[in-house]
Design a protein around this ligand. Structure first.
Ligand code: AMP
Length: 221
């Protein structure tokens, strides 16, 4: 199994959920830049330029590439040092980022360890999912509101209260899908196809079905 699993997909495509499954099954390190940025924003020692860079996030826009590299490369190095595999969840969202990561992995002798899995959903479905899901306000566990599943009253993991993620608000979710949906995925799709690292999964299938397909890809590459 490859050591570096990169998930591509619109917000709400299920990248985080599928990443968690891999982390549990194979003890890979979960590198979610969204989670990292939210945690980083709470840090009281944050520098002025970083604070300014984080502003974009509140409105559903992308934060600058330099901040992503600064946060993500540190985590990736941790995985290298521990000799663990890793799942990059939403960590690559611009062509400059794709190139930057590719270069970084090459420099670390890991270029052959990359596999990219795109979880495909259309923008309309992505918007529906973002504005209908809930998260635990305490442990951030996500509760997707898929037709087959009913969201529980309280978090089943920690008993915390469930609510909406601030950037899942309709207006901001709209910004996110417009900027980070198919318009963002298409050039990345092309980039990784050219690098022969890309595998596709239909994200509209049931979560368990998507998980099976991903496992099949991971265990056969
Ligand atoms: P997520 O939790 O993955 O939906 O990410 C939440 C927000 O964090 C996004 O709407 C962006 O503002 C920001 N973000 C996360 N990852 C990246 C990235 N790789 N590049 C730029 N911005 C990002």
């Amino acid at each position: 199994m490859k050591k570096i699993i990169i998930f591509l997909g619109a917000p709400g495509s299920g990248k985080g959920t599928q990443a968690e499954t891999i982390v549990k099954k194979y003890d890979y390190l979960h590198i979610s830049t969204g989670e990292m940025l939210r945690a980083f924003a709470k840090n009281e020692y944050i520098k002025e330029d970083e604070k300014k860079a984080l502003e974009a996030m509140k409105e559903g826009h992308l934060v600058p590439d330099w901040l992503i590299f600064r946060l993500a490369f540190k985590e990736i190095e941790k995985a290298f040092n521990e000799n663990r595999g890793m799942v990059l969840d939403g960590a690559i969202r611009t062509l400059a980022q794709a190139e930057g990561y590719q270069e970084f992995f090459k420099k670390n002798g890991m270029a052959d360890e990359i596999i990219v899995i795109e979880i495909m959903i259309d923008d309309e479905e992505a918007f529906k999912r973002l504005t209908r899901r809930k998260i635990c306000k305490n442990c951030q566990q996500v509760y997707p509101n898929l037709e087959v599943k009913i969201i529980p009253e309280k978090c089943t993991k920690c008993g915390g209260e469930l609510g909406m993620r601030l950037d899942d608000d309709e207006r901001i979710a709209h910004n996110r899908i417009t900027e980070q949906g198919s318009a963002l995925i298409n050039p990345l799709h092309k980039f990784y196809k050219e690098h022969e690292q890309l595998y596709l999964v239909d994200g509209k299938k049931h979560m368990e079905e998507v998980e099976k397909e991903i496992d099949h890809i991971l265990l056969n590459t």
